[in-house]
Design a protein around this ligand. Structure first.
Ligand code: IPD
Length: 302
């Protein structure tokens, strides 16, 4: 019920703030260490993990399990360690303990915990907290999404600019794209091709000789969603996100009036057909774009 969701939100916001303290502690430890101690590699040398990704996930998993014992849990680091329950209709928390791990290691302060809840295979609640900037984004399906920060201690409804103004064209958009950690030729070529069509010379770019105002790489999928919800970005496009990157962001962006495309399909089909969160061929062709906010006439600009 809406009241249940509010109570889960209260609990998960407290937990996200607690996780945020641990993230800040971890950042101090990593930034003051002379070497990259505690930094490990997953599938390649740019797919990074730290001891703090694991510590934060352990903390969050333990507290969620004790408060909501019947809920399932899917987390980035548990998945990496080989533990991932199949996606069912049961309430399932879906958590990225540190989204923006590369930023975290480098001291680039766009790092967050992304904590989502899925029910009947649909994301229905999201909490994204960046402890470096003290930006807290929350959303519940049907109940709006909000930002609280040092500047706005009372939650402010998203998007911040009201009403959300539709852009007449992608040619006036500020667009987030990401490099991701899959640097294989197929993926990077597909991405680079899309980047250049969006921002390159009008002759090879968008329709009617336009090019996007610019591209940004925030380095955290969840914060890209949050920034689209807030109105600072008009669009976020990425190939191959994982469920924990997008779960909370989907709710927050949609509740702010955004349109999310692609990732829903990943949610619905991946556990049955390809293994949960696996990058599908469709994603690799570069046809997936993820969040759009308030774009008006996009005809011919996809
Ligand atoms: C990654 C970041 C990155 C995005 C990748 C994500 P991580 O998550 O969100 O910006 O490009 O797709 O997997 O590894 O920092 O948790």
């Amino acid at each position: 019920t809406p009241a249940d969701l509010q109570s889960i939100l209260t609990f998960t916001v407290k937990l996200a703030r607690k996780a945020g303290e641990l993230i800040l502690e971890g950042s101090n430890a990593i930034q003051s260490a002379s070497s990259e101690s505690g930094v490990g590699e997953k599938k390649n040398s740019v797919d990074l993990v730290t001891e703090f990704d694991i510590k934060v996930e352990e903390l969050v998993k333990k507290e969620l399990k004790s408060q909501y014992p019947s809920f399932e849990f899917i987390g980035e680091e548990s998945y990496a360690a080989g533990s991932c329950p199949p996606l069912t209709d049961k309430p399932t928390f879906c958590v990225d303990p540190i989204d923006g791990t590369t930023n975290f290691i480098h001291g680039f302060p766009f790092v967050c915990i992304s904590l989502g809840l899925i029910y009947k295979r649909r994301p229905i609640l999201g909490v994204i907290y960046n402890p470096f900037l003290d930006h807290l984004y929350t959303g519940i399906t049907g109940q709006g999404s909000y930002l609280s920060s040092r500047l706005n201690t009372e939650p402010v409804r998203l998007p911040l600019s009201k009403p959300a103004k539709p852009l007449p064209s992608l040619g006036q958009a500020l667009i987030a794209v990401e490099w991701g950690s899959d640097r294989s030729k197929t993926t990077i070529n597909a991405k680079a091709n899309s980047f250049s069509r969006l921002a390159g010379d009008p002759a090879q770019g968008l329709s009617e000789g336009k090019m996007a105002h610019s591209l940004r790489s925030v380095g955290s999928a969840a914060l890209n969603f949050a920034m689209v919800a807030q109105g600072g970005l008009d669009l976020y496009w990425e190939i191959g996100c994982w469920p924990w990157d997008v779960c909370a962001g989907i709710v927050i962006a949609e509740e702010a009036g955004g349109i999310v495309s692609g990732s829903h399909a990943t949610f619905a089909t991946s556990s049955k057909e390809k293994g949960f969160g696996v990058v599908t061929e469709e994603i690799l062709t570069g046809r997936k774009y993820i969040v759009v906010r308030a774009i008006g006439d996009t005809q011919g600009e996809k």
